[in-house]
Design a protein around this ligand. Structure first.
Ligand SMILES: [Ca+2]
Ligand SMILES: [Ca+2]
Length: 239
């Protein structure tokens, strides 16, 4: 077969379309940051769901606005083996904790301090209590005076154990008396005091919009249709 100028023009014209289609199919490593809108809720029914262009959810930025503020985020863990979450910075001296709950509100694991002497927490990848499969989960960041509770128990160690004792670096699991039940609320150990501590939660293994939007499907189909037309035309030309 001899390629002439027309062939080259047609191939050149379809190249951007091909790249677009391949990019959509490959789910590109596009990274998204989410910033808390208003104040994220603290219960499953009021959790905030980060959204955005399809891609990896890289960071959640937000604010702990009182010593009893809890921010719960409904996240899609696409890669449970690489999932990790870590508070990489706060604006002040906030002593916060992180807990991962499954979709039904059952706690998986939590942490107070990633390392001794730090006040930031981390949920490591590959932990035995970490997420076991891809799906929806709830990630909470909370000030340490506001531990999670279930049922009718309201002591700090009621749910995650040991929540408030040394060593603070250990991974907490739901082995308190109320640990077998889903999250029901958060204890308030102290009177509410306004604070304003900005935080950043660095994430791995989390994506937004795991299901392609209808527009994405439409674009994909349109792209494939156009390519099909071009191939048919080219075949027609050769034949
Ligand atoms: Ca908040
Ligand atoms: Ca909140």
């Amino acid at each position: 077969m001899k390629l002439n100028t027309i062939h080259f023009k047609k191939i050149a014209a379809s190249a951007p379309l091909l790249i677009l289609t391949l990019a959509l199919l490959a789910n590109p490593a596009h990274a998204v940051d989410w910033t808390e809108i208003g104040d994220a809720g603290q219960l499953l029914s009021t959790a905030q769901m980060p959204t955005g262009d399809e891609g990896r959810l890289r960071n959640i930025y937000g604010t702990i606005s009182t010593n009893n503020d809890v921010d719960l985020f409904r996240i899609y863990i696409s890669n449970p083996t690489t999932f990790s979450a870590g508070i990489s910075s706060t604006s002040g001296n906030l002593d916060s904790g992180l807990i991962l709950f499954n979709e039904g509100g059952y706690a998986l694991y939590g942490n107070d301090d990633a390392m001794l002497g730090t006040r930031v927490s981390s949920l490591p990848a590959g932990h035995v209590n970490g997420p076991q499969g891809p799906g929806w989960y709830n990630l909470a960041i909370f000030a340490l005076g506001t531990p999670p509770v279930s049922g009718d128990g309201f002591t700090p160690d009621h749910y995650m154990f040991p929540n408030v004792s040394s060593p603070y670096t250990q991974i907490l699991t739901p082995t308190g008396p109320g640990g077998a039940a889903p999250l029901a609320g958060w204890a308030q150990l102290d009177d509410t005091v306004a604070i304003s501590e900005d935080y950043r939660i660095r994430l791995s293994g989390v994506t937004v919009s795991p299901v392609p939007e209808p527009e994405t499907y439409a674009m994909l189909l349109a792209g494939l249709g156009l390519m099909g037309t071009m191939i048919r035309r080219r075949k027609g030309f050769i034949g």
